[in-house]
Design a protein around this ligand. Structure first.
Ligand SMILES: O=C(O)CCC(=O)C(=O)O
Length: 275
């Protein structure tokens, strides 16, 4: 979708060559490319944790989470929410006030749009996560970033949307209609657990179809909106192009963290349906 206030705010940053974002780009750290598997193809746990270990690939897909104070009153229902003073866990504020400068134009206009979408989706308590700047880095003479593994941005029990705002042109791999396939997988999994379906029924369903990604190309100012259960993946990068973009999650409850779900963590056979 496009919103003229958002487009104007993006244009404003672009005319100043994204100067205000330079400290954030420098501090951006690698995000997952895939999940780690051992020689037998089994998922590996992070040391000392019960989470799956991430494989960051060539470490070129990076993100910086803005440590911005939450906007007052920014829920889809417009109810008052106290400003929390920017103490979001895992965020990494640039020391020079960059966050505040970015907050002023872009964040406010973009989050107003996201709250409108949440309200239309009947998520009255929804509120956006701290925004994260995504950037494709590249080493001198090295190749651009590789594709990410197909994943969902939310866990099974979560309801909400993902939004990615293009500050520069970029592309995303999206599997159209995949939300229905994901829900069908969970439904069949429940039937196998309850004994209504046999594991062989599940195997036959998993082998019955393959889904192909659509390369969605967007221009600066465009916002891609995905349901949290739509299968997607970051695309391969282009030489010398950072493809600056900002990612939000909008979940139903106020203080919820999104649960990124690589398809391999659901089942390797399910992941293989998405080619
Ligand atoms: O690289 C991108 O544009 C998408 C990244 C993404 O979907 C994620 O990290 O969850």
């Amino acid at each position: 979708m496009r919103n003229e206030n958002v487009v104007a705010a993006v244009r404003d940053l672009a005319t100043r060559d994204f100067d205000v974002l330079k400290p954030c780009i420098d501090k951006a750290t690698p995000v997952f490319k895939d999940v780690m598997v051992d020689k037998k193809g089994q998922l590996v746990l992070e040391k000392g944790s019960d989470l799956w270990a991430a494989d960051v690939g060539s470490s070129l897909r990076c993100q910086y989470v803005f440590n911005l104070p939450r906007m007052k009153g920014a829920t889809a229902a417009g109810s008052s929410v106290e400003d929390e003073g920017g103490d979001d866990e895992g965020s990494n504020e640039a020391e020079d006030g960059t966050d505040a400068k970015v907050a002023k134009g872009l964040r406010e206009s973009a989050e107003e749009v996201l709250m409108g979408v949440a309200a239309a989706m009947k998520m009255p308590c929804a509120r956006p996560s701290a925004p994260a700047l995504l950037v494709n880095k590249q080493k001198p003479r090295g190749p651009p970033v590789e594709c990410q593994a197909p994943h969902l941005d939310l866990g099974r029990k979560q309801k909400g949307i993902s939004a990615i705002l293009a500050l520069e042109a970029f592309s995303l791999l999206v599997y159209p209609g995949s939300e229905a396939v994901v829900k069908e997988f969970w439904r069949r999994l429940d039937h196998v657990s309850s004994g209504d379906h046999s594991p062989e029924d599940m195997d036959a369903w998993l082998a019955s179809r393959k889904f192909r990604a659509l390369r969605m190309k967007v221009e600066p100012g465009d916002i891609i909106l995905l349901s949290g259960h739509t299968v997607h993946a970051g695309d391969r990068g282009e030489h010398g192009h950072m493809a600056l973009r900002i990612h939000w999650y909008v979940t139903e409850s106020l203080y919820e963290e999104n649960e990124t779900t690589p398809l391999k963590t659901l089942s390797s056979e399910f992941a293989e349906m998405f080619v």
